[in-house]
Design a protein around this ligand. Structure first.
Ligand code: ZN
Ligand code: ZN
Length: 235
């Protein structure tokens, strides 16, 4: 069946352009195998270390019990995430889910529920999907855990993409609300986001879940932002 569909709808790897079968979900095996876990990072949050100080959790309260970064935001992983986000290649959630599961297995974490960083309804409507949710659902399906929507973005929350670091931390405070406190209470939760930059978003999500009674919050960010992106924010 796949062969027939691949013949009718030929597909190419979004990274290198080589032809792939439909079962490969838009990224070839060679490009996927080039994605490696970040080699040097903070043991707690996986963030980049600068002079032994963590750029993410070094100088503030960090609420996730642990954050795992599945890869670096560069090369194949950067191309895949951009393609998923901006070309709506939703099938790419499969290899990203597999990558996330690999990171989780290496860390040996246990949790009861999987959720994703929410997207504002307007943005979701425009894009048609929340990429972190697609990956989170894939992870939950693979591990046999439940996926639940546990957080929502409050109405009128301002955009933070163009803000500098300090503004981002102030801006995200109380940005999210727990959707189902009963479900959150006492649960060990894994929350998934796409990119770890300053960690402000994932930190606020974890804070909100813990305030709602979560017994533990782990987070997985698919890619850790490169030093260039961090430099733009910090210096
Ligand atoms: Zn490729
Ligand atoms: Zn850290």
């Amino acid at each position: 069946m796949y062969e027939l569909l691949s013949y009718i709808f030929p597909s190419r790897c979004v990274v290198c352009g080589s032809p792939v079968s439909l079962g490969d979900h838009d990224a070839c095996a060679a490009c996927l195998s080039s994605i490696k876990p970040p080699s040097r990072g903070c043991p707690r949050c996986g963030g980049m270390l600068l002079d032994e100080k963590c750029m993410v959790c070094g100088d503030r309260a960090f609420y996730p019990d642990r954050n795992i970064c599945a890869g670096e935001y560069r090369g194949a992983l950067e191309a895949i995430l951009k393609s998923l986000k901006f070309d709506s290649r939703a099938r790419l959630c499969r290899p990203l889910g597999a990558l996330a599961c690999r990171g989780l297995a290496e860390a040996g974490l246990e949790f009861d529920l999987v959720t994703a960083v929410p997207m504002s309804p307007g943005k979701r409507w425009k894009r048609g999907f929340n990429q972190s949710e697609l990956v989170a659902r894939t992870v939950a399906g693979t591990l046999g855990t439940r996926y639940r929507r546990l957080l929502m973005e409050r109405r009128g929350a301002p955009r933070q993409r163009e803000m500098r670091r300090t503004d981002r931390f102030i801006n995200v405070l109380d940005r999210y609300a727990a959707v189902d406190r009963k479900l959150v209470s006492g649960a060990r939760i894994l929350i998934i986001d796409d990119i770890l930059t300053t960690g402000a978003t994932i930190n606020e999500c974890a804070r909100t879940l813990k305030n709602a009674g979560a017994a533990g919050v782990y987070s997985l960010t698919i890619a850790r932002a490169g030093i260039k992106k961090l430099e733009n924010l910090y210096f």
